[in-house]
Ligand binder design. Structure first.
Ligand code: NI
Length: 262
Protein backbone atom coordinates (compact mmCIF):
# COMPACT_ATOMS: atom_id res chain seq x y z
CA UNK A 1 0.00 0.00 0.00
CA UNK A 2 1.20 3.49 -0.87
CA UNK A 3 0.21 6.76 0.82
CA UNK A 4 0.11 9.82 -1.45
CA UNK A 5 0.73 12.59 1.09
CA UNK A 6 0.76 15.49 -1.35
CA UNK A 7 -1.26 15.79 -4.55
CA UNK A 8 -3.21 18.57 -6.19
CA UNK A 9 -6.09 16.67 -7.79
CA UNK A 10 -7.98 19.91 -7.14
CA UNK A 11 -5.84 21.51 -9.90
CA UNK A 12 -7.41 22.26 -13.29
CA UNK A 13 -4.93 19.81 -14.84
CA UNK A 14 -7.19 16.97 -13.55
CA UNK A 15 -10.60 18.42 -14.26
CA UNK A 16 -11.29 16.24 -17.31
CA UNK A 17 -10.09 12.81 -16.21
CA UNK A 18 -10.15 12.62 -12.42
CA UNK A 19 -12.03 9.28 -12.49
CA UNK A 20 -9.28 7.66 -14.58
CA UNK A 21 -6.50 9.23 -12.50
CA UNK A 22 -8.02 7.79 -9.30
CA UNK A 23 -8.51 4.40 -10.94
CA UNK A 24 -4.89 4.24 -12.11
CA UNK A 25 -3.76 5.24 -8.60
CA UNK A 26 -5.85 2.46 -7.07
CA UNK A 27 -4.50 -0.07 -9.58
CA UNK A 28 -0.99 0.96 -8.51
CA UNK A 29 -1.68 0.30 -4.81
CA UNK A 30 -2.21 3.94 -3.81
CA UNK A 31 -4.83 3.47 -1.09
CA UNK A 32 -4.70 6.82 0.74
CA UNK A 33 -4.28 10.36 -0.52
CA UNK A 34 -4.09 13.90 0.81
CA UNK A 35 -5.50 16.50 -1.56
CA UNK A 36 -3.65 19.71 -0.83
CA UNK A 37 -4.92 23.25 -1.29
CA UNK A 38 -3.11 26.54 -1.96
CA UNK A 39 -5.90 29.13 -1.51
CA UNK A 40 -9.59 29.46 -0.67
CA UNK A 41 -10.98 28.09 -3.92
CA UNK A 42 -8.62 25.10 -4.02
CA UNK A 43 -9.43 24.40 -0.36
CA UNK A 44 -13.14 24.19 -1.17
CA UNK A 45 -12.33 22.02 -4.21
CA UNK A 46 -10.21 19.66 -2.10
CA UNK A 47 -13.10 19.17 0.34
CA UNK A 48 -15.59 18.66 -2.49
CA UNK A 49 -13.44 16.10 -4.33
CA UNK A 50 -12.94 14.11 -1.11
CA UNK A 51 -16.72 14.05 -0.60
CA UNK A 52 -17.60 13.28 -4.21
CA UNK A 53 -15.15 10.37 -4.46
CA UNK A 54 -15.53 8.98 -0.94
CA UNK A 55 -16.50 5.56 -2.31
CA UNK A 56 -13.76 5.33 -4.96
CA UNK A 57 -11.74 2.75 -3.00
CA UNK A 58 -9.05 5.21 -1.94
CA UNK A 59 -9.11 7.05 1.41
CA UNK A 60 -9.17 10.75 0.52
CA UNK A 61 -8.15 13.42 3.01
CA UNK A 62 -8.62 17.16 2.44
CA UNK A 63 -5.84 19.56 3.43
CA UNK A 64 -6.77 23.24 3.41
CA UNK A 65 -4.68 26.39 3.63
CA UNK A 66 -2.94 29.34 2.01
CA UNK A 67 0.30 28.76 0.07
CA UNK A 68 3.05 31.40 0.52
CA UNK A 69 2.88 32.32 -3.17
CA UNK A 70 -0.78 33.25 -2.72
CA UNK A 71 -0.45 35.61 0.25
CA UNK A 72 -0.02 38.62 -2.04
CA UNK A 73 -3.74 38.87 -2.84
CA UNK A 74 -5.08 37.67 0.50
CA UNK A 75 -7.12 40.40 2.15
CA UNK A 76 -8.65 38.38 5.00
CA UNK A 77 -5.91 38.91 7.59
CA UNK A 78 -7.72 36.71 10.10
CA UNK A 79 -8.25 33.94 7.52
CA UNK A 80 -11.87 33.61 8.59
CA UNK A 81 -12.64 31.61 5.45
CA UNK A 82 -10.08 29.01 6.49
CA UNK A 83 -11.36 28.78 10.04
CA UNK A 84 -14.92 28.41 8.72
CA UNK A 85 -13.83 25.53 6.48
CA UNK A 86 -12.08 23.82 9.40
CA UNK A 87 -15.13 24.27 11.63
CA UNK A 88 -17.62 22.97 9.09
CA UNK A 89 -15.78 20.07 7.46
CA UNK A 90 -13.69 17.05 8.35
CA UNK A 91 -10.15 18.32 7.69
CA UNK A 92 -6.97 16.25 7.86
CA UNK A 93 -4.31 18.99 8.04
CA UNK A 94 -3.49 22.62 7.26
CA UNK A 95 -1.41 23.15 4.13
CA UNK A 96 0.39 23.87 2.17
CA UNK A 97 1.83 26.69 4.22
CA UNK A 98 5.31 28.16 4.60
CA UNK A 99 7.78 30.40 2.82
CA UNK A 100 8.76 30.73 -0.82
CA UNK A 101 11.56 33.12 -1.77
CA UNK A 102 12.29 31.58 -5.18
CA UNK A 103 10.37 33.97 -7.43
CA UNK A 104 9.62 36.94 -5.26
CA UNK A 105 10.94 38.21 -1.95
CA UNK A 106 8.68 41.29 -1.92
CA UNK A 107 6.03 39.74 0.29
CA UNK A 108 8.28 38.03 2.82
CA UNK A 109 6.69 39.82 5.78
CA UNK A 110 3.23 38.83 4.60
CA UNK A 111 4.41 35.25 4.03
CA UNK A 112 5.77 35.08 7.57
CA UNK A 113 2.55 36.59 8.93
CA UNK A 114 0.29 34.02 7.25
CA UNK A 115 2.67 31.15 8.04
CA UNK A 116 2.47 32.01 11.74
CA UNK A 117 -1.26 32.62 11.52
CA UNK A 118 -1.85 29.14 10.10
CA UNK A 119 0.47 27.52 12.64
CA UNK A 120 -1.72 29.14 15.32
CA UNK A 121 -4.82 27.68 13.65
CA UNK A 122 -3.15 24.25 13.60
CA UNK A 123 -2.58 24.57 17.35
CA UNK A 124 -6.11 25.78 17.99
CA UNK A 125 -7.68 22.90 16.06
CA UNK A 126 -5.00 20.34 16.90
CA UNK A 127 -4.13 19.59 13.27
CA UNK A 128 -0.85 18.61 11.58
CA UNK A 129 0.65 21.00 9.01
CA UNK A 130 2.08 20.52 5.51
CA UNK A 131 5.09 22.76 4.95
CA UNK A 132 6.12 24.31 1.65
CA UNK A 133 9.57 25.91 1.77
CA UNK A 134 11.64 27.06 -1.17
CA UNK A 135 14.91 28.98 -0.86
CA UNK A 136 13.96 29.55 2.78
CA UNK A 137 15.02 26.43 4.68
CA UNK A 138 16.78 28.15 7.58
CA UNK A 139 14.04 30.70 8.13
CA UNK A 140 11.36 28.00 7.94
CA UNK A 141 13.28 25.90 10.44
CA UNK A 142 13.64 28.85 12.83
CA UNK A 143 9.87 29.42 12.77
CA UNK A 144 9.03 25.72 13.23
CA UNK A 145 11.43 25.57 16.14
CA UNK A 146 9.40 28.26 17.91
CA UNK A 147 6.30 26.05 17.76
CA UNK A 148 7.37 22.60 18.84
CA UNK A 149 3.84 21.58 19.82
CA UNK A 150 2.94 21.47 16.09
CA UNK A 151 4.17 18.73 13.75
CA UNK A 152 3.66 17.62 10.20
CA UNK A 153 5.25 16.98 6.84
CA UNK A 154 8.04 19.05 5.32
CA UNK A 155 6.96 18.68 1.73
CA UNK A 156 9.38 18.26 -1.22
CA UNK A 157 12.46 18.38 0.97
CA UNK A 158 15.53 19.45 -1.00
CA UNK A 159 18.04 20.67 1.60
CA UNK A 160 21.18 19.24 3.17
CA UNK A 161 21.57 16.08 5.23
CA UNK A 162 22.40 18.22 8.24
CA UNK A 163 19.22 20.30 7.95
CA UNK A 164 17.18 17.13 7.31
CA UNK A 165 18.34 15.82 10.67
CA UNK A 166 17.42 19.08 12.44
CA UNK A 167 13.94 19.14 10.90
CA UNK A 168 13.20 15.48 11.64
CA UNK A 169 14.44 16.02 15.20
CA UNK A 170 11.59 18.53 15.58
CA UNK A 171 9.23 15.63 14.81
CA UNK A 172 8.60 16.34 11.13
CA UNK A 173 8.59 13.79 8.32
CA UNK A 174 10.22 14.70 5.01
CA UNK A 175 8.11 14.38 1.86
CA UNK A 176 10.03 12.59 -0.90
CA UNK A 177 8.82 12.75 -4.50
CA UNK A 178 9.87 12.81 -8.13
CA UNK A 179 13.03 14.84 -7.51
CA UNK A 180 14.59 11.66 -6.08
CA UNK A 181 14.56 10.15 -9.58
CA UNK A 182 16.23 13.16 -11.26
CA UNK A 183 19.81 12.52 -12.39
CA UNK A 184 21.20 15.80 -11.03
CA UNK A 185 19.48 15.47 -7.63
CA UNK A 186 21.38 15.10 -4.36
CA UNK A 187 18.26 13.98 -2.54
CA UNK A 188 19.49 10.36 -2.52
CA UNK A 189 22.13 11.45 0.02
CA UNK A 190 19.36 12.53 2.40
CA UNK A 191 17.40 9.31 1.86
CA UNK A 192 20.58 7.31 2.36
CA UNK A 193 21.65 9.13 5.53
CA UNK A 194 18.41 9.22 7.53
CA UNK A 195 16.35 6.40 8.96
CA UNK A 196 13.42 5.25 6.80
CA UNK A 197 11.02 6.38 9.57
CA UNK A 198 11.93 9.99 8.60
CA UNK A 199 10.15 9.90 5.24
CA UNK A 200 6.77 9.88 3.54
CA UNK A 201 5.93 9.56 -0.16
CA UNK A 202 4.35 12.25 -2.30
CA UNK A 203 4.04 13.35 -5.92
CA UNK A 204 3.09 17.06 -5.75
CA UNK A 205 1.23 16.27 -8.98
CA UNK A 206 0.59 17.73 -11.52
CA UNK A 207 4.17 18.95 -10.94
CA UNK A 208 7.56 17.21 -10.51
CA UNK A 209 6.93 14.12 -12.61
CA UNK A 210 9.40 11.32 -11.78
CA UNK A 211 11.62 9.54 -14.31
CA UNK A 212 10.83 7.76 -16.61
CA UNK A 213 7.79 9.98 -17.23
CA UNK A 214 9.43 13.42 -17.04
CA UNK A 215 7.73 15.89 -19.35
CA UNK A 216 4.28 14.34 -18.81
CA UNK A 217 1.70 15.50 -16.29
CA UNK A 218 2.42 13.87 -12.93
CA UNK A 219 -0.20 11.77 -11.11
CA UNK A 220 -0.43 9.62 -7.95
CA UNK A 221 0.00 6.31 -9.86
CA UNK A 222 3.63 7.31 -10.50
CA UNK A 223 4.42 6.96 -6.79
CA UNK A 224 5.56 3.42 -7.61
CA UNK A 225 8.72 4.93 -9.15
CA UNK A 226 9.46 6.84 -5.94
CA UNK A 227 9.00 3.76 -3.77
CA UNK A 228 11.19 1.69 -6.12
CA UNK A 229 13.95 4.28 -5.96
CA UNK A 230 13.77 4.50 -2.17
CA UNK A 231 13.88 0.70 -1.87
CA UNK A 232 17.00 0.68 -4.07
CA UNK A 233 18.76 3.35 -1.98
CA UNK A 234 17.80 1.78 1.37
CA UNK A 235 18.47 -1.77 0.07
CA UNK A 236 15.06 -2.91 1.25
CA UNK A 237 12.25 -4.96 -0.29
CA UNK A 238 9.51 -2.89 -1.93
CA UNK A 239 6.75 -4.43 0.23
CA UNK A 240 8.69 -3.83 3.40
CA UNK A 241 9.57 -0.21 2.62
CA UNK A 242 6.02 0.57 1.42
CA UNK A 243 4.58 -0.64 4.72
CA UNK A 244 6.94 1.54 6.75
CA UNK A 245 6.35 4.61 4.58
CA UNK A 246 2.59 4.06 4.83
CA UNK A 247 2.73 3.84 8.61
CA UNK A 248 4.93 6.96 8.75
CA UNK A 249 2.24 8.90 6.87
CA UNK A 250 -0.62 7.55 8.99
CA UNK A 251 1.23 8.45 12.15
CA UNK A 252 2.28 11.99 11.23
CA UNK A 253 -1.12 12.82 9.70
CA UNK A 254 -2.81 11.28 12.74
CA UNK A 255 -5.27 9.40 10.58
CA UNK A 256 -6.72 7.61 13.60
CA UNK A 257 -7.75 10.98 15.11
CA UNK A 258 -9.15 12.04 11.75
CA UNK A 259 -11.29 8.91 11.45
CA UNK A 260 -12.78 9.55 14.88
CA UNK A 261 -14.01 13.02 13.94
CA UNK A 262 -17.66 13.51 13.03
NI1 NI B 1 2.27 21.21 -3.65
Amino acid sequence: MIFETHCHLNDDAFKDDLDEVLLRAKNNNVTSMCIIAWDKESSINAINICKKYQDCGINLYPVVGLHPENVKDEEDLELNWLEDLINNNKICAIGEIGLDLYWDKTYLDKQIYFFNKQIQLAKKYDLPIIIHSREATQLTYDILKEHQDVKGIYHCYSGSVEMAKLITNLGYKLGIGGVLTFKNSHLYEVVDALDITSFVTETDCPYLTPAPNRGKRNEPAYLVYIVEKMAEIKKMQIDEISDILYQNAKEILRIRDYEEKN
